[in-house]
Design a protein around this ligand. Structure first.
Ligand code: HMG
Length: 414
């Protein structure tokens, strides 16, 4: 086990420039708005046009992360993009981003895939690479980027979204030091959510997927807890709940209510392990603890929707945007879930520079600059072909997909 401090030095977020209001979507579908707003916890949902594809969002988030970090881009040795909505069967999203940002030619560059877990796979690889010494003083860029798409009129429709979170991973990180080697994983071969080759829309067994997530979080949490107690990061005496010793917990957020279900389930798991009673009163305590430990991380997720690989890290960004100053030096929990399924519960300590780094990510401006569109306009965008002609957007620090020439996807600065 390394004694180096390794983790996320800075992050950058990119989201589409348009969104819809969930009350308006519910009304258009003849559904009581309470189902989307309270039932799922969604307020707004990002709508990506074809020009805002996985590559364009990834490149934009990465350039923002690099701008917010003190790491020199010429000292990067590894670029990994976690995605489940890539743009080519062979050429990785990472390769496009590498070219668009003009990063060093001496780097390893590739994608990782396992549904929403793909970004965490990249993050863990980057941390191990630095801890092993193979990085030889260099840093990594890990990007999560996806377009979550179930289709108009489906049960999954209110849980769509799109966006990218890019993270500079380094020694002596400013944002979050990851507890290296202290994690629990849980994997099972299930068909809860998948996207057959050639299909744009994900297939999902919605309620089953929720159950698969809950089963996974219980196993992964138990694995993390055992190692965290062993390493003395949390106390494990009878009656002491490890989860309560975490200042906050960020969960993978396919929709905000899922984070509440997950947290209450973790509490239930703790109760089972301690042979304690799990009744209505205990559940109410779980909900109260959700409000304090988890809800502060959901501000951005409620306004963007599911961004698949980036969802957990959008939660982290939202948490730090809201509370970074007060959390410096405190340990938080993180749970990453990828359908299919694999998952990991891990933890980290918020850095002293977190407030400054998250301010540099300008997350508030990013939301304010968006344009609200009608449900009719959203449906028009959803019906566009993936290679449709691109509408011009305002100038910015972003990139856009501009079309295909000789079967090669083309991009330009916005
Ligand atoms: P549904 O069946 O339409 O909704 O689909 P429901 O009937 O379950 O209702 C949802 C909630 O709204 C319920 O709350 C209702 O009670 C409540 P709950 O009982 O669950 O606490 N409700 C109301 N609340 C207030 N006022 C009202 C009202 N009416 C109802 N008037 C479902 C929901 C999530 C299944 C669907 O949207 C779906 O299939 N989504 C996609 C799948 C998904 O997000 N799964 C999550 C776990 S899997 C995962 O996280 C991985 C993933 O990110 C992919 C990856 O890994 O790549 C998806």
């Amino acid at each position: 086990m390394t004694t180096m401090k390794i983790g996320i030095d800075a992050l950058g977020v990119a989201i589409p420039r348009r969104y819809i209001d969930m009350v308006e979507l519910a009304r258009a579908r003849g559904i009581e708005p309470g189902k989307y707003v309270e039932g799922l916890g969604a307020r707004e949902m990002a709508v990506a046009e074809p020009g805002e594809d996985t590559v364009a969002l990834a490149a934009q988030a990465a350039s923002r992360a690099l701008a917010a970090s003190e790491v020199d881009r010429n000292n990067l040795g590894l670029l990994i993009v976690g995605t489940e909505t890539g743009v080519d069967h062979s050429k990785p999203v990472a390769s496009f981003v590498h070219g668009l940002l003009g990063l060093p030619t001496t780097m390893r560059v590739y994608d990782t895939q396992h549904a929403c877990y793909g970004g965490t796979a990249g993050l863990m690889t980057a941390i191990d690479w630095i801890a092993s010494g193979a990085a030889a003083g260099r840093s990594a860029l890990v990007i999560c980027s996806d377009i979550a798409r179930y289709g108009v009129g489906t049960a999954g429709e209110p849980t769509q979204g799109a966006g990218s979170v890019a993270m500079v991973v380094s020694a002596n990180p400013g944002l979050l030091e990851i507890d290296h080697g202290v994690s629990g994983a849980a994997s099972t071969h299930v068909h809860d959510f998948w996207r057959p080759l050639g299909m744009r829309e994900a297939q999902v067994d919605g309620h089953y997927s929720v159950q698969c997530y809950l089963d996974a979080v219980a196993t992964a949490y138990r694995g993390w807890k055992a190692r965290a107690i062993e390493r003395g990061l949390v106390r494990g005496a009878p009656g002491e709940q490890a989860s309560e010793q975490l200042a906050r917990i960020c969960y993978h957020v396919p929709f905000c209510k899922m984070a509440r279900k997950a947290h209450v389930h973790v509490r239930k798991t703790e109760a089972e392990d301690a042979s304690a009673t799990w009744d209505a009163a205990a559940e109410q305590q779980g909900i109260a603890s959700f409000k304090q430990q988890v809800e502060p991380s959901l501000g951005l997720c409620a306004r963007v929707g599911n961004v698949y690989t980036g969802s957990l890290y959008l939660g982290l960004a939202g948490l730090l945007q809201a509370q970074a100053a007060g959390l410096a030096g405190q340990r938080i929990g993180m749970f990453s879930y990828g359908s299919g399924c694999t998952s990991e519960f891990f933890s980290g300590v918020v850095g002293k520079a977190a407030a400054a780094r998250i301010a540099a990510a300008k997350l508030g401006d990013m939301l304010d600059e968006r344009e609200k569109i009608s449900v009719t306009e959203y449906e028009r965008i959803m019906a566009m072909a993936p290679t449709a002609p691109i509408t011009d957007g305002p100038a910015g620090d972003g990139f856009r997909f501009t079309g295909v020439t000789n079967h090669q996807r083309q991009y330009a600065k916005r």
